[in-house]
Design a protein around this ligand. Structure first.
Ligand SMILES: *Cc1c(COP(=O)(O)O)cnc(C)c1O
Length: 454
């Protein structure tokens, strides 16, 4: 093994090992691939979180996935709770999706012209979702949200948007903005390269804070095009919001002629077929989708009423387009996946499994007096190192707790369980996680928590 590589994943100076800590799995091949990747890509990756900056070691290079399992380049097998960050609600390599993709691609990969498959996926979605009447397919969640913001601005003829600290909406300029200082704040850009002028149009406030929102509306009244919130914020921990607060968002936006946008890129088709809108029984004006909608292929969508969608080109004056939008292979994958999700009882069974899994981790941690809370909604779970029973805003999360996550993450990898490489990331239970694998994963989590709290 190259010395430099060896050092990279075994020579982490700050790393403290205690009794019970398990020896590292071999990551030699992944480490060699990573060294090579660093020559080609910034940080060796094509999306930053993959670089394992917040956990020990170097990223695992994945060779294949099947069901709830992942295998890396060194042949290590893992029970996967990252599930490609959410899209794989049926697990890896689901036969129905695989077959739909293969049979579709026999006829060509892309035409840049309409296909019946787009109608089919749209019909499947719209017939089973009372919150939107028309939609437009795009190729990622970022694109869906960016387009939804433009639509809201075009429809209301207003420029400002309000977003919440702790919600992620992809990497478009208007949304790479974080809270500045002061009570009602213009945001500050959270990335180099975002013009300050964009941040000036984005007001950022804390979640679960009615007064802050009232102040923002008092200050900017007729300037606010939309309030955007994640269906249930799940990109910065799992920040459960009260139904009453979401109803308040609905009311205050309506009262001021602003639109309410639910970014359901994670929660859409996850909490249920109709996502967070149905979970709260609140009807937003625009909803964005991504992740699950494409069955593992790059698909996003935004939808709204017929009236609002009438503003999108070529019907209306809000321009939005895409060379590969509605790509037939991606549509086929989406149809195959959503057809499974639409079967009776699908969500009931999946959510029950995830609830039991989360509850038993919580029981174990509580019995041992570990400072751990397992938050769960639908098939999303988040293991937080805290003793707070409610975490509803980004500011409720203790940054130091992430050191504990780092240790747990390492111990879990060494025990064959793959969680997202950051303590701010939630986990996903898929339909492919069987009782047996969930039992094995639980045992690995219990042992890892024992190491964390040694
Ligand atoms: C993942 C995500 C996005 C961005 O989607 P990409 O496909 O990564 O561009 C936007 N909003 C939310 C809520 C997300 O979880």
């Amino acid at each position: 093994m190259l010395d430099s590589i060896k050092k990279m994943f075994s020579g982490n100076e700050e790393e403290v090992r205690v009794a019970g800590s398990k020896a590292d799995i071999s990551r030699e091949k992944s480490a060699i691939l990573f060294e090579k990747a660093k020559k080609y890509f910034p940080g060796g990756v094509n999306s930053p979180v993959r670089a394992f900056k917040s956990v020990y070691g170097t990223p695992l290079f994945i060779e294949k996935g099947n069901g709830c399992f992942l295998w890396d380049a060194d042949g290590n097998q893992f029970i996967d709770f990252c599930c490609s960050w959410g899209p794989l609600i049926l697990g890896h390599n689901h036969p129905k999706i695989r077959e739909a993709v293969i049979s579709t691609l026999q006829h060509g990969l892309s035409f840049g012209a309409p296909t019946a498959l787009e109608n089919e996926l749209a019909e499947l979605i719209l017939k089973n979702n009372k919150y939107i009447q028309k939609l437009r397919f795009v190729s990622s969640g970022t694109e869906a949200v960016m387009s939804a913001i433009r639509l809201a601005r075009g429809y209301t003829k207003r420029d400002k948007i309000i977003k919440f600290e702790g919600c992620y909406h992809g990497h478009s300029d208007s949304l790479l903005v974080k809270a500045g200082s002061g009570l009602v704040t213009f945001g500050e850009t959270s990335s180099l390269g975002v013009p300050k002028a964009f941040a000036d149009e984005t007001v950022v406030i804390g979640l679960n804070d009615k007064e802050a929102l009232e102040r923002a509306f008092a200050e900017f009244k007729e300037e606010i095009a939309a309030v955007i919130i994640e269906g249930i914020p799940a990109n910065n921990g799992l920040l459960m919001q009260n139904k009453e607060y979401i109803e308040f968002l609905r009311k205050i936006t309506s009262d001021h002629g602003s639109l309410l946008i639910f970014d359901e890129v994670i929660t859409g088709f996850r909490l249920g077929f109709e996502g967070a809108a149905a979970y709260y029984d609140v009807h937003p004006d625009i909803i964005t989708y991504g992740k699950i909608i494409g069955g593992g292929m790059p698909v996003g969508a935004y939808g709204s009423s017929e009236e609002i969608m009438g503003y999108i080109s070529p019907d209306g004056g809000v321009y939005q387009a895409g060379t590969l939008s509605g790509n037939p292979v991606a549509m086929a994958a989406g149809i195959a996946q959503l057809s499974e999700l639409n079967k009776p009882g699908f969500y009931k069974e999946l959510n029950k499994k995830a609830a039991e899994f989360s509850a038993s981790i919580q029981r174990y941690a509580s019995a041992k007096n570990y400072k751990v809370r397992v938050f769960n909604v639908g098939s999303i779970f988040w293991i937080a190192f805290t003793d707070k029973d409610n975490i509803q805003a980004a500011s409720d999360i203790e940054a130091e707790s992430m050191d504990k996550y780092k240790v747990m993450h390492r111990e879990l990898l060494n025990r064959g369980v793959y969680l997202g490489p950051s303590g701010y990331e939630v986990g996903f239970v898929s339909a492919a996680h069987s009782k047996i694998e969930l039992e094995k994963a639980k045992r690995a989590i219990f042992e890892s928590l024992d190491v964390v709290f040694k």
